[in-house]
Write a protein that binds this ligand. Sequence first.
Ligand code: CTP
Ligand code: MG
Length: 231
Amino acid sequence: MTAQLNPRGDVAVLVPAAGAGVRLGPGRPKALRLLAGEPLLVHAVRRLAAAPSVRTIVVAAPAADVDAVRELLAPVAPVTVVAGGAERQASVAAALAAVPAGPEIVLVHDAARALTPPDLVEAVAAAVRAGRHAVIPVLPVVDTIKEVGAEEVVLGTVDRSALRAVQTPQGFRRSVLTAAHAAAGDPLTDDAGLVEKQGVPVFCVPGSEYALKITRPFDLALAEHLLSAAG
Ligand code: CTP
Ligand code: MG
């Protein structure tokens, strides 16, 4: 059944989904790979559409798959689909340009984080609504982290207590994200990085284990297990 988005919602979500999925191994673009019989992108969009503040969803699809992605998502939720770019940052910029007037909170969410709970979407949006200009969900780093130099020689041990692993959705006041992308230089792997370069403070909120980024085959297997365990 097609989910309705909230016409009074104040949140637009951009979904970069144009990556190849090289680290997942040969096959379709990652967002179209199957997890429990459905493409990762379908899982991701269904959960975004279940978040009550979401009014608009814009997906950046692989250029060759824009029409196929439109058809794929039509039964899931009302979404706008645009062609992504060669880098994630270009895909986000293309999606941002397609957001209609209205929503003043913009979230950026990787299609690859297919199991992200709607509650996390709401928590990030709520922090922006409460006045933060930029918000990222994070988890503590659990492994000991070493800095390594040439020939894999350890240079030192990094203080783990000051480190966080960063997830999506990342949330922004719309004007802040627009200005950061307009000023963007070399491509970065996340949008908060662009905002940091503008000198805007970025705040952390607790992330979710379920927001893991499906990157390698092990992650896909883990996601299958999580879904089957959830019934
Ligand atoms: N992405 C995108 N456009 C790109 C590259 C990435 O929209 N040119 C999206 C991916 O589709 C994914 C998210 O950005 O939803 C995070 O990127 P990543 O996990 O690195 O996905 P891929 O780039 O597809 O994977 P890989 O790096 O292994 O090729
Ligand atoms: Mg990538």
